[in-house]
Write a protein that binds this ligand. Sequence first.
Ligand code: ADP
Ligand code: MG
Length: 311
Amino acid sequence: MSPLALVALGGHAVLPKAQRPTIGRQFLYTRRAMRQVLLLVRQGWGLVITHGNGPQVGHILIRAEAARSKAYPIPLSVAVAESEGEIGYVIQQSLYNELSVAGIPRPIVTVLTQVLVDRDDPAFQQPTKPVGPFYTDAQAAPLRRKGLPMAYFQGYGWRRTVPSPRPLRIIEGETVRKLAQQDVIVIAAGGGGIPVAEVRGRLVGVDAVIDKDLASAVLAQGIQADVLLLLTDVRKVALAYQTPGQVDLDTMTVAQAEEYLAQGHFPPGSMGPKVEGAVQFVKAGGQRAIITTPEALPLALAGEDGTQIVP
Ligand code: ADP
Ligand code: MG
């Protein structure tokens, strides 16, 4: 059986921060990332791909908001499902084309993925994750009166905030594992997955957003991946990031990573969940996790680039 890699594409790995999101750019940057992924296929890796959805889900919500009097409203869980379809399609087609041009065609499927969270997760008492459009004071006032949690961003305006509970279980995880075992390339758990909770033995969608790095770690555990690759826009994780004393890390053990996390080197909204996900995966028996860019991926797999997180 081929070794199995879970490749998590950061939103910023496929859509640079400075770029306004468009479908054309999504294809452009996804194609670039898929050329690196192609090298993994050539090396004989089985693949499961996850991805972020920040800009896309934001724009889905902006469309829904702008069309409020003409189209039915959608809950956040449905917006996440829609974004998995949109991004899954872009990745599926881009990778299909790369593989067929290279003469190594593979079946590729996108799995709409539900991820179980606990309705009693403390995150539900503290909605911290900003999503969707910015609102002016006047637009925000009635929403805030209705009790919708919102946060103010100086210079930009108000934005809705939603809870980000911890992922507990990937509902379609076993299906993803079986497909990957049959050499199907699977795109799953996009945007952290569609958040669902169990209510009296049944799944229901909840208004939340699950961190995609943590969901990727849970999925990597579930499919018994050999390596967890977290791809973003920095080649290495650093200590004292963006200070004169910055130190790029080649390797960190789980114990070191936990210490650095506790010292506050990795902020909650960006590098924090990646390092946390890497630690969780390796602690659960994974051989290693790597945090790097798509470009550095081949060298990083050979242990010569990126930051390796090891037991
Ligand atoms: P993604 O969309 O890939 O999840 P994020 O913005 O969430 O991207 O996380 C990657 C970002 O984390 C980098 O662009 C970098 O600016 C930031 N970052 C914060 N702390 C660190 C650190 N200690 N080392 C490296 N990058 C860091
Ligand atoms: Mg991120």
